[in-house]
Design a protein around this ligand. Structure first.
Ligand code: C2E
Ligand code: MG
Ligand code: MG
Length: 442
């Protein structure tokens, strides 16, 4: 997900610079008001500097969403107090501080695009609502301490110019992002048309050491040769809203492969796991389209596994569970991918009608070194056994990891230890007809 990281890096740099600029601006005003002995205003400026520095520190620790929310909520209250107590409109100058509420709302919208949350939405609505109230009324606090008119006459101009400049900056950032998304969307659409995508297949091995199936993993062909990893193009496709189209192509290809496997004796038993993205799964016609494909190719649905992730659970949970039930009723196997990396993995086990969990490779890879990880892993296997889920361990790279997982009762294994993802022809020639790799390598 390098692209997302790059983007976050740039965003954090811009945000960090903006926080320091706000702190510097407040310092300037603070010195000015201190020279005029307006101590209450100096107090407000100190609060602004504290919030700006605190959010700079949060952003510096890569807690960007926390930094953005913290600064929005704190500045919202500072602006509220400033408008009600100090920036009291009169015949000399109108109130202007409330224009900064629009800047906060825009900042909130940019953050909401990065990471959707109800809290962020609520802060945006609060800022816009308060802006409307301050623009339409002369509302003040019961006790006011209006800024002297000599400051207000030029302060109104300065604050309006700063607020409008910040608004323009925010709109420019959004415009850049929009243009980049458009480029990426065009590029991915062109890649689909030019057949630049290909499915790779990574073997999954059962407890007897036989290849029992494969996971289909998407790759994009590089123009000069070689392949691009999905970590590079999937975030872009997600941002451009193209995962449903890309995922649809993947499912089409996967069904074609399954139909092919079904015709040959040595491959008839193989199951194929396909990753499904949230956007793709949420499509109203997802189940219908998939079932139509299965019927058209006369596939055995019990050979198809759909790998879903816990990130889905931020959406309409009842709708998702209902969709999963209807898929399950057809015989399709449902697997919960990257298990253990979500926020409330155990509660998802309670709710979701799945057959299988796929333990994330971070657990598998740390297990031999970390006692705590081993205890966690063993508990996951115990719970899965009691709930009658099968468990796939992915990311197995060493014999030590394999033996540990076997001792926990793991029955399906996947990882570089057995084989890397390879093109279909190579998968078939290397594994579909071959002797058991577990017996060979273990
Ligand atoms: P995933 O579904 O968890 O797939 C497993 C990833 O782990 C694959 O990376 C695989 O190559 C890698 N892996 C397997 N064994 C090992 C190992 O022993 N060591 C290490 N270090 N890595 C191992 P890949 O192919 O780069 O895919 C990354 C992710 O991209 C996938 O994670 C999946 O979330 C996504 N993805 C790939 N293809 C598709 C697709 O067709 N549709 C959707 N929606 N997502 C896909
Ligand atoms: Mg997967
Ligand atoms: Mg996974």
């Amino acid at each position: 997900m390098r692209q997302t990281e790059d983007h976050s890096q740039r965003f954090w740099l811009a945000y960090g610079a903006a926080s320091l600029a706000v702190a510097a601006m407040a310092l300037g005003w603070g010195i000015f008001f201190a020279s005029r002995q307006a101590w209450a205003l100096v107090g407000i400026d100190i609060a602004v500097i504290a919030v700006a520095l605190m959010s700079f520190l949060l952003a510096h620790r890569r807690q960007l969403s926390a930094a953005l929310l913290f600064s929005q909520v704190s500045f919202f209250f500072i602006i509220l107090v400033f408008c009600l107590v100090f920036d009291v409109p009169d015949t000399v100058a109108p109130r202007v501080t409330h224009i900064f509420l629009l800047v906060l709302a825009l900042l909130g919208y940019i953050n909401y695009q990065r990471e959707r949350s109800r809290l962020q939405l609520a802060v945006i609505v609060l800022c816009l609502g308060s802006f409307i109230v301050f623009s339409s009324t002369n509302l003040t606090a019961p006790v006011t301490q209006p800024i002297a008119d000599e400051f207000r006459t030029f302060g109104t101009w300065v604050n309006s110019i700063i607020a409008v400049t910040l608004l323009c900056g925010g709109i420019y950032v959004m415009q850049l992002k929009f243009a980049r998304n458009l480029d990426q969307a065009r590029d991915i659409k062109a890649a689909l048309t030019n057949r630049e995508f290909e499915l790779f297949y990574q073997p999954q091995v059962d407890e007897a050491g036989k290849v029992s199936g494969a996971e289909a993993l998407l790759r994009r062909k590089r123009p000069g040769g070689g392949y691009i990893s999905p970590a590079e193009f999937i975030p872009a496709a997600e941002q451009a809203g193209l995962m449903p189209a890309l995922g649809d192509w993947v499912l089409g290809e996967a069904c074609r492969t399954l139909a092919f496997w079904q015709q040959e004796e040595p491959t008839r038993h193989l199951k194929l796991s396909v990753n499904v993205s949230v956007d793709q799964f949420m499509r109203a016609d997802f189940v219908e389209t998939l079932l139509a494909r299965i019927t058209a190719r006369e596939l055995d649905p019990t050979r198809l596994k759909l790998e879903l992730t816990e990130s889905m659970m931020v959406h309409d949970v009842d709708g998702i569970v209902e969709k999963m039930r209807s898929l399950r009723a057809t015989g399709i196997i449902l697997s919960l991918d990257d298990f253990g990396t979500g926020y409330s993995s155990l509660s998802h086990l309670r709710q979701l009608p799945i057959h299988e969990i796929k333990i994330d490779r971070s657990f598998v890879q740390d297990a031999p070194q970390s006692k705590r990880n081993r205890i966690l892993l063993k508990s996951i296997f115990d719970i899965a056994r009691m709930l009658e889920f099968s468990v796939v361990a992915e990311g197995i790279e060493t014999k030590e990891q394999l033996m540990l997982l076997q001792s926990f009762g793991c029955t399906i294994f996947q990882g570089y230890y057995f084989g890397r993802p390879v093109p279909l022809a190579e998968f078939q020639s290397r594994w579909a007809n071959e002797a058991p790799p577990l017996a060979e390598t273990a």
